[in-house]
Design a protein around this ligand. Sequence first.
Ligand code: AMP
Length: 143
Amino acid sequence: MLVQSILKGKSAGVVTIRPDATVSDASKVLAEKHIGSLVVSEDGTTAQGILSERDIVRELARIGSGCLEKSVEHYMTRDLVTCTSQSSVEDVLTQMTEGRFRHVPVVEDDQLVGIVTIGDLVKAQLTELAMEKNALEGMIMGH
Ligand code: AMP
């Protein structure tokens, strides 16, 4: 299964934040949108990094509430792992598991076209496995 089949079932658009926005602003967006990470982008289409709720919690524990007034670029992860819509779900799940992150932006021709979460990928794989199981049971039972 390819990432493109997952993007089809998701609302279009990726929530981004500018690198010069404050961590406090980022926290508000995460809470309002009920999401766990923001792609950091100057122009809304080119990904420069990612800021996850984990980055914020880590800095709150490390330096305290002062981090909320710092800009997002201080704490974002710059070394971004991305995929394309033609990536296989299995490959992306492996990257997430090995890298210990739950979000992967989908990028094509340097443009952000979507984002997939570990929840999206696991759900799609479970659905596919259930369909395969039903098909195999049908073959064994002869209908
Ligand atoms: P997450 O589990 O996605 O909330 O993020 C855990 C950590 O991995 C945080 O430090 C994020 O900034 C970082 N991270 C999240 N997604 C990615 C990604 N696609 N590529 C690289 N780092 C990431």
